[in-house]
Design a binder for this molecule. Structure first.
Ligand SMILES: C[S@@+](CC[C@H](N)C(=O)[O-])C[C@H]1O[C@@H](n2cnc3c(N)ncnc32)[C@H](O)[C@@H]1O
Length: 306
């Protein structure tokens, strides 16, 4: 996904960050950045999560009892955290929701909105989890980090992800991505915490559009997550995929007479026929979500008419 988790360079970066206190420190790990947010900016991320893994948000068995949904880096106002809490509690009224911010003033400003199931805490990529009785720590079922890593360097992505993995339950999800200011357009990594070790397994790369304006795959380039945005070069997975999707959109342009949605569906099906692992179920494409499933690379064996 843009970098090799096991490369010597990755080991060097992890070691450098360890020396600077990124690991094992209880100080919030990360840097305060601009706090721009907006009401309903992440509505389609919530809808996506509800469609993708409602069971994870609902489950209360074993270690998942009382496990948090974390909105990391909620911004100047806690609107996205409160909106997610309201949406997810339609399927799990007891779901605990934690907004985490590295800026203390933003944490203080959010306190009036806290209640018995909603908390706002000062923290960073090393999530501010408390010790429970019996020496155990609080648990996390899912983490959303939107428009947070875009303001970091590409080399910071991997240590941030692994810091988050150490806090997540086996089977937990991380959705980490970038959106435009209104949330009309976004791209996100969907990662699953491995059961056997505290690391993430990529499950999908999701492209989301409200389909209000004419759909163009190249528009997603501006909202690629940090691990991909500097990788738009021939031979990189993301470049090859966007080129293929652009081609698919051109050859399905005639579908536009039936509306932008029909064309989005047709282009998604076409790029799948080119051999990319696109989930072509209507539950995704007809709603303006294109899921590129891991492994992300083109499978030449079932390539069609590229
Ligand atoms: C651009 S805002 C995004 C707000 C919201 N997530 C959204 O998408 O509308 C990014 C926020 O992330 C916070 N932030 C940056 N690094 C962080 C970290 N390591 N831990 C927690 N918050 C962080 C910044 O302080 C800022 O308020």
């Amino acid at each position: 996904m843009g970098f090799d988790l096991n490369s010597p360079a990755a080991a060097r970066r992890a070691s450098r960050l360890a020396q600077h206190g990124w690991r094992r420190s209880r100080r919030p790990v990360g840097l305060p950045t601009r706090g721009k947010t907006a009401c309903n900016r992440l509505r389609r991320v919530d809808v996506f999560l509800l469609l993708y893994d409602a069971h994870l948000l609902r489950r209360e068995d074993g270690l998942f009892t009382g496990a948090w949904f974390v909105d990391l880096g909620y911004g100047a106002e806690p609107v996205t955290t409160l909106e997610s809490a309201a949406r997810f509690r339609r399927i799990n009224p007891h779901l605990p929701v934690m907004g985490v911010e590295i800026d203390p003033l933003r944490v203080a400003a959010a306190q009036p909105f806290a209640d018995e199931r909603t908390e706002f805490r000062l923290g960073g990529f090393n999530l501010p989890l408390r010790r429970l009785q019996a020496g155990q720590s609080e648990r996390v079922r899912a983490i959303r980090a939107f428009n947070v890593l875009r303001q970091y360097k590409e080399e910071d992505v991997e240590p941030a992800w692994s810091e988050l993995a150490s806090a997540a339950l086996p089977g937990a999800l991380l959705i980490e991505g970038t959106s435009d200011p209104s949330g009309s357009l976004w791209v996100a990594n969907v990662l699953r915490r491995e059961c056997s070790a505290p690391c993430w397994r990529p499950e999908a790369l999701v492209f989301s559009t409200k389909l209000r304006t004419p759909f163009a795959p190249e528009a997603f380039q501006a909202v690629l997550p940090k691990n991909l945005i500097h990788r738009m070069q021939p031979g990189e997975m993301i470049y090859d995929f966007l080129e293929a999707w652009k081609h698919a959109a051109q050859v399905t342009a005639h579908e536009r007479v039936w509306g932008e949605r029909r064309r989005f569906v047709a282009a998604g099906q076409k790029v799948r026929a080119y051999g990319f692992c696109v989930d072509v179920r209507r539950r995704w494409l007809a709603r303006g979500y294109l899921l590129l499933q891991a492994p992300f690379y083109k499978r030449r064996s079932d390539g069609g008419d590229a």
